[in-house]
Design a protein around this ligand. Structure first.
Ligand code: PLP
Length: 490
């Protein structure tokens, strides 16, 4: 493809994306494709001769769009959002266009230094303590692909720190790590990938700590579990606290958890994948005011800070342990800048060697919107969530199930008199199916374990989740979604 052809097709691609964003709110949010339907529209082998670009464009509409659930729709309220924005799309395009590898400082100094500075900017906006920033003696931030990778590398750093003082040749200790029963499944997966847990149900190495009536980790149970493991001769080394759990955005209390971790020498990682973005607003920063007691902290701008997937930001105040855990230096990567110790080589802060220039899109987002624009965006969604919550509460058929901590509202149809829990769940499931089948909104669900109330044990509850955070979502879309839900419940 010649540069001129690329220019012509590139303009067309940008037009196509801009048109898509203009009409995405009118498309049915959830794809109705059946298994195999998209594949059936594709030839069984690769083209032997070049396809015409007109056919390729036509296939975007014929093959691709019908098989998409529209995550950028203003009516997308499922899971957590994967929000994007035009500045971020341009940043990704530029990054791909430049095509640099930022594995070493020497392989593209700008790729590393812009990332370091942008993460310092963002850490400052979140109010992170200075020792998490690159300007601190042992701190700094790095972009990971996902929060799952952030947890995995934090675990590796924690293990490195826990083991490095042991005399060579000493028998491997029985390491134990801790997270709440509501922590994201990526914590379990990290334990498995790191070879620590022998499977998803291995509770001998990964202890899942019980939660309170708000689904937040109970520090007293954490303390008891750590003490029990110590008494049994095990080596507790890693704790994960969640700020904004996936099911309900519950907030684990960082202060008391950090005290337990510090007392017993555990690395504390804070996973704020979704809710962390809200901390750029001082009034929503309360949940992380004790983050200074943690060793690492991450959140996903790709969930709720206008930065297209993938972009997770991880900060640590102990980068030596991170680098110690992940650094391997073959001859072909040696260079004078790395040997000088004056530069960051981000390959030592992540699992892969190669890395894209992801900082470009985050840089463009921060520069395009400015901190004020980003705060206004977050505040708008939180306000919309308040409106939605009030509408649910005003309808006696519904209940809000857990306290709203940011822009997620967990709600359901109330049990009717004498109704068995399974039937309440079934009515809620049918309601969710009807909402999603309408094409006019897309929500997802969770099942919440019973809360220990001291009374008779209640049953798990099937709950609908209204997660507000898609880039194009405005209050009117939230009100329209509520009207749809209300009418379908009749
Ligand atoms: C609290 C939490 N942690 C981790 C993740 C995993 O995110 P990622 O896809 O970035 O690995 C999620 C996803 O929703 C999450 O809610």
């Amino acid at each position: 493809m010649s540069p001129d052809e690329f220019r012509r097709l590139g303009h067309r691609a940008i037009d196509w994306i801009a048109d898509y964003w203009e009409r995405v709110g009118d498309l049915p949010v959830l794809s109705g494709a059946r298994p195999g339907e998209t594949a059936a529209k594709l030839p069984s082998s690769a083209p032997e001769t070049p396809d015409a670009w007109d056919d390729i464009w036509a296939d975007l509409d014929r093959v691709v769009l019908p098989g998409l659930t529209h995550w950028q729709s203003p009516r997308f309220f499922g899971f957590f959002p994967a929000n994007g924005s035009f500045p971020a799309i341009l940043g990704d395009l530029l990054s791909t266009g430049l095509g640099v590898q930022g594995m070493l400082w020497a392989t593209s100094p700008a790729c590393t230094e812009i990332e370091t500075r942008v993460l310092d900017w963002l850490g400052g906006l979140l109010g992170l303590p200075p020792d998490f920033l690159s300007t601190g003696p042992h701190g700094g931030g790095v972009i990971q692909g996902t929060a799952s990778e952030a947890t995995l590398v934090a675990l590796c750093a924690a293990r490195h720190r826990a083991l490095r003082a042991r005399p060579p040749g000493s028998p491997p200790p029985h390491l134990t790590m801790y997270a709440s029963t509501q922590a994201h499944s990526s914590v379990v997966k990290a334990a498995m990938i790191a070879g620590l847990a022998h499977g998803p149900e291995d509770r001998a190495h990964l202890r899942l700590i019980g939660t309170d009536d708000r689904y937040a980790m109970r520090p007293d149970l954490l303390e008891a579990a750590v003490r029990e493991d110590l008494a049994a001769g095990r080596t507790p080394f890693f704790g994960v606290a969640t700020v904004g759990t996936t099911s309900t955005t519950a907030i684990d209390p960082l202060g008391p958890i950090a005290r337990v971790c510090r007392e017993h020498g555990l690395w504390l990682h804070v996973d704020a994948a979704f809710s962390g973005a809200a901390c750029i607003c001082p009034e929503f920063r309360g949940p992380i005011e004790d983050v200074g007691g943690a060793d690492s902290f991450c959140f996903n701008p790709h969930k709720w800070l206008l930065t297209s997937f993938d972009c997770d930001c991880l900060w640590t105040r102990d980068r030596d342990s991170l680098v110690g855990a992940l650094s391997v230096t073959p001859e072909y990567l040696r260079n004078a800048a790395s040997a000088s110790g004056e530069v960051i080589d981000y390959r030592d802060w992540q699992v892969p060697l190669g890395r894209r220039f992801r900082a470009l899109k985050l840089w463009l987002v921060l520069r395009h919107y400015g901190a004020e624009g980003l705060r206004a965006y977050i505040r708008g969604h939180v306000r919309s969530a308040e409106v939605f919550e009030a509408l649910v509460r005003a309808d006696s058929r519904f209940e809000v199930v857990t306290p709203r901590t940011s822009s997620l509202v967990c709600f359901r149809l109330r049990p009717q008199d004498g109704e068995a829990p399974a039937e309440t769940d079934a009515r809620n499931r049918r309601l969710l199916e009807a909402i999603n089948a309408s094409g006019r909104a897309y929500l997802t669900h969770t099942v919440l374990p019973p809360v220990a109330t001291g009374g008779p044990a209640s049953a798990p509850r099937y709950v609908l989740r209204m997660a507000i955070g898609a880039t194009l979502t405005e209050e009117r879309h939230v009100r329209e979604a509520w009207e749809l839900i209300r009418d379908l419940a009749s």
